[in-house]
Design a protein. Structure first.
Length: 331
């Protein structure tokens, strides 16, 4: 276990994790933040992100085992599109021998399409799913440039291909995978299921399951909030919000290709209104796609692994759901 008396800054400057440490929160210099000088217990007391210690401990063990950090684009590809630099996959094998025969989990942290919060919504989540018998991989994707969702779909395709083509996880069938995404990452794992944008467009297998956590799925709903100008260009969508609401980016209108899904959120989410998840769940139900919807009272946005909130233990419940889903599919 890592020393709890070390500060976040001391841990993130450890040379063992140098390839991924700058992207603990992609596009944010944590050394300029007050949390940099806090010990992990102090971070937890401050309500910053749940079980960061468990995630960092699992990251260090992955790094010590080797073959853990995988850039998804070559140097030549990064030179052609500099925003590809840093796009990577960190793999976390489970110690459970049964994990080889289960779907592996692609974890996609959130960050408002400007950051990627591996520190709170990536590494700790991988550690928890590992403990429940699932191999996991955490994706650091692009948050710069134009048409970000389109580019992020390319990053997800690279991640799925890499696990299969490079045998990055000890799974018997690398084409069997599930996705789990948070907030903006929840948008990505949902969009991945839309034929015009995701796995079908890239010629890849359909996920066995999808786990969106407080996801953003509806430009139409964002326009209702009044926080966005309808006709202003959006770098995320590559078009205006009004136009995006009339395309496959309006995900609740395009759920026919979804796998079984489990959605987790809090009732008082002020950043991504629960209406997004309700719209998604309603659409899945209308299309006859199995959907589990869990709503925690007073959990808010960004609860991560749920520590200290009504959503504590949600990863264990999600793992149990995945296992039950696999059992039902065998029947």
């Amino acid at each position: 276990m890592i020393d709890p008396d070390l500060t976040l800054g001391e841990l993130l400057t450890d040379p063992r994790i140098a390839p991924i440490a700058p992207d603990a929160v992609r596009n944010l210099d944590l050394s300029r933040e007050p949390q940099w000088a806090m010990t992990l217990p102090r971070l937890r007391e401050s309500g910053f992100g749940g079980e960061i210690a468990a995630g960092l401990d699992r990251l260090f063990r992955a790094a010590e085992a080797g073959n853990w950090h995988h850039p998804l684009y070559t140097e030549a590809e990064c030179a052609a599109q500099p925003e590809r630099r840093g796009v990577s996959l960190v793999t976390f094998p489970s110690e459970d021998p049964s994990a080889a025969d289960r779907p592996w989990l692609l974890i996609v942290p959130g960050g408002g399409f400007v950051n990627v919060w591996n520190l709170t919504e990536g590494w700790p989540i991988a550690a928890l799913f590992n403990s429940r018998g699932y191999h996991a991989a955490v994706l650091t994707y692009r948050v710069e440039g134009e048409r970000r969702l389109e580019r992020d779909m390319e990053d997800m395709a690279r991640a799925v291909c890499a696990v299969g083509e490079q045998a990055l996880l000890p799974v018997s069938r690398p084409e069997r995978y599930a996705t789990c995404g948070f907030s903006a990452g929840g948008c990505l794992v949902c969009l991945w299921n839309v034929p015009e944008a995701g796995y079908a467009l890239h010629g890849l297998p359909k996920p066995a399951a999808c786990i969106p956590v407080y996801p953003v799925v509806s430009p139409r709903e964002m326009l209702r909030d009044g926080a966005f100008r309808p006709d202003a260009p959006s770098a995320v969508y590559g078009m205006s919000m009004r136009e995006a609401a009339e395309t496959f980016f309006e995900i609740p209108d395009h759920t026919e290709g979804f796998p079984p899904s489990a959605i987790f959120l809090g009732t008082d989410d002020q950043l991504v209104p629960p209406a997004h998840s309700h719209l998604l769940a309603g659409s899945l139900a209308r299309n006859g796609i199995p959907c589990r919807l869990e709503i925690g009272p007073c959990a808010g946005h960004g609860f991560g692994d749920g520590t200290g909130t009504s959503m504590a233990g949600w990863t264990a419940r999600a793992a149990d759901w995945l296992r039950a889903l696999a059992s039902t599919n065998r029947d």
